[in-house]
Design a protein around this ligand. Structure first.
Ligand code: CP
Length: 288
């Protein structure tokens, strides 16, 4: 079964995946494919968390893995992205995990013989990140609906924001967006950070995605944390039970004060741990 985006996922589909991930996390569910399955991780764009938590998830399920390195591959002899993926299909692994900077790249692979899991496409989708965010939200609130979520920062360039805005709203949450003008997207409504920080259950910070900025944003990064980031003053305004999440990697001192990364309200490293168990659940479903 492919996992390309979350557009067709219902609340029940998502709750089932969360429950499966939490069963893997608690040890209640154990699966061992005895090295009979092979997962190919094809990351055409840099990654630490998604790439290596898929590696770990596959190994925890007793699978073998192949980790593609674009550097030194035949991409350097002008082989295309499409032909590279078709090669990996041809050698018959049991799942392909692919990340590419091309939006909706998966649309060119309609009839692959191998389950395809999207590890992130351009600015469009990052389904496993949203799912692990939902695991973390569920662990903290025992629900994935009826919450107030404030998404903060570089919304315009973020596939995490785009996937999460859609799925969180469809699940019946109130989603608010805040960020400086250059990172605002046409057609979306933005609120004042200082006004909304005290009202929300989840503060979802985003990384400043410098690699996707086509021109200088004109922002002063020396004062960014004070003006637009999660600093200690804003942290003090958060509700007692509110949590901070961030897909990472994070820019310490820019979108978040470095002391807040491991503060009591921050679930950032727990999110990363949940990424392992969520990806075990995703691979388990892909093999069905
Ligand atoms: N959150 C996330 O996708 O991180 P990586 O880019 O390190 O995979």
């Amino acid at each position: 079964m492919n996992l390309l985006n979350l557009y067709d996922y219902s609340k029940d589909d998502i709750l089932s995946l969360i429950e499966l991930a939490l069963e893997f996390k608690s040890g209640q569910k154990k699966v061992n494919y005895n090295q009979e399955k092979v997962v190919c991780n094809l990351f055409f764009e840099p990654s630490t968390r998604t790439h290596y938590s898929f590696e770990m998830a596959a190994k925890r399920l007793g699978c073998q893995t192949i980790s593609f390195n674009p550097s030194g591959s035949s991409l350097e002899k002008n082989e295309t992205f499409y032909d590279t993926v078709k090669f990996f299909e041809a050698i018959q692994p049991d799942a392909l995990v692919i990340r590419s900077s091309e939006d909706n790249y998966y649309e060119q692979f309609n009839n692959l013989e191998v389950p395809l899991i999207n590890g992130g496409d351009g600015k469009s989708n990052h389904p496993t990140q949203s799912l692990l965010d939902l695991v973390t939200i569920y662990e903290n609130f025992n629900t994935i609906s009826g919450l107030k979520v404030l998404i903060v920062g570089d919304i315009k360039h973020s596939r995490v924001a785009h996937t999460n805005i859609d799925i969180l709203e469809r699940l019946g949450n109130e989603v608010f967006l805040t960020g400086p003008k250059p990172f605002q997207e046409e057609g979306l409504f933005f609120v004042d950070f200082d006004e909304y920080i005290s009202k929300v259950d989840v503060v979802m910070l985003l990384r400043m995605q410098f690699e996707r900025h086509s021109e200088d944003s004109g922002l002063n990064y020396d004062t960014y944390l004070d003006e637009y980031g999660l600093n200690k003053k804003r942290y003090a305004l958060m509700k007692d039970e509110a949590i901070i999440i961030h897909p990472a990697p994070f820019n310490r001192g820019l979108e978040i004060d470095t002391d807040l990364v491991e503060s009591p309200k921050s679930k950032i490293f727990e999110q990363m741990r949940n990424g392992l168990y969520l990806r075990m659940a995703v691979l388990y479903n892909a093999f069905k």
